[in-house]
Design a protein around this ligand. Structure first.
Ligand SMILES: *Cc1c(COP(=O)(O)O)cnc(C)c1O
Length: 310
């Protein structure tokens, strides 16, 4: 059986004078503390997938991701911890020496295969490719890219259970949209949900989120009432895994002031966005905000030349 023994997940208040002046309360839900190697939302997204794989009698997982993917790292670690073999299909060519994400994945027993960017984009879910993988590795349970499917959404509906204060707004950062789908599906309709895509042109995610909600609804026969969600697409810093000295300084200063480490790919961008909106607009005035720290700190190690103070 897959056991879900979670440590306490604290809510940590963020203190800046300008927040106080505008009567804004900002709390961070420290989901990054959920597990040392299966970080934050990746643990949430894998949990019911792992159960489903066990129920289906599968002893092997196959999944997809980029070379710095938190999902690849988490799947490899989860496979090791819960007794699955793991196969990672990596976007792009192999680069040696391997980066720390992929090296750690291999150390955790994951077998890697590389796929050109074009094939990865267009054909990774094709039956013929998956058949080839079955011929090579034997039968497997397929976890989609980023782990996002109806089981992942179900896992992410449990995030809000650890919030023990009243609040108006809940924020999370979006990659594939599975996490925000779980949050939308679980909060009551008095709450507003804001998603901050870490990718450029993040509005394409609206359809993906809607699709994930529909899949979740169908698979688990549940009602979803909350239509009060929107994406804030201005804080991608040039796109996925793009960064800037402004973002790096922000993440370092945030750690210095609040003792909360952020990652440069996801959570740093969201916190930058929330604080920027709080400072420069009246948008959040008088509101109580909870922002979800979805983890992903292993990704910071992928940026060789960048100096973070934690
Ligand atoms: C993967 C990841 C996300 C993206 O989650 P989605 O469910 O794909 O939207 C957000 N934050 C962190 C830290 C991640 O590792």
């Amino acid at each position: 059986m897959i056991h879900q023994k979670l440590p306490p997940i604290p809510l940590q208040q963020v203190n800046f004078d300008f927040l106080e002046e505008k009567n804004i309360q900002l709390h961070i839900l420290r989901e990054d503390l959920i597990h040392p190697t299966i970080s934050g939302n990746k643990w949430r997204k894998l949990f019911y997938n792992l159960q489903e794989a066990k129920n289906a009698g599968k002893n092997q997982l196959l999944t997809f991701g980029g070379a710095y993917s938190n999902h690849i790292a988490a799947t490899a670690a989860a496979g090791k911890e819960f007794g699955f073999k793991t196969i990672g299909i990596i976007r792009g060519e192999e680069h040696l020496p391997l980066n720390l994400t992929l090296q750690l994945a291999i150390d955790n027993g994951m077998q890697l295969r590389y796929m050109s960017r074009e094939l990865y984009r267009d054909e990774k879910y094709n039956a013929s490719f998956l058949q080839e993988m079955k011929a090579e590795f034997g039968d497997f349970y397929l976890v989609p890219e980023g782990g996002s499917n109806a089981f992942a959404v179900k896992g992410c509906t449990e995030i809000i259970k650890n919030i023990d204060i009243d609040y108006d707004i809940i924020c999370c950062v979006c990659g594939t949209g599975g996490t925000i789908a779980g949050i939308i599906a679980s909060v009551d309709e008095t709450k507003q949900v804001f998603g901050f895509p870490a990718l450029k042109g993040g509005n394409f995610l609206k359809n993906d989120i809607q699709q994930l909600l529909a899949d979740y609804q169908q698979q688990f026969v549940v009602e979803i009432n909350n239509k009060n969600w929107q994406l804030i697409t201005d804080y991608h810093f040039g796109g996925y895994a793009k960064t800037s000295s402004e973002l790096i300084d922000f993440v370092n200063n945030f750690y210095q002031n609040q003792t909360i480490p952020l990652d440069l790919i996801y959570t740093g961008k969201m916190l930058f966005g929330i604080l920027h909106l709080a400072k420069t607009t009246a948008f959040f005035n008088g509101k109580k905000i909870v922002a979800i720290h979805t983890g992903g700190l292993q990704g910071n190690k992928g940026f060789d030349k960048i100096k973070l103070i934690f």
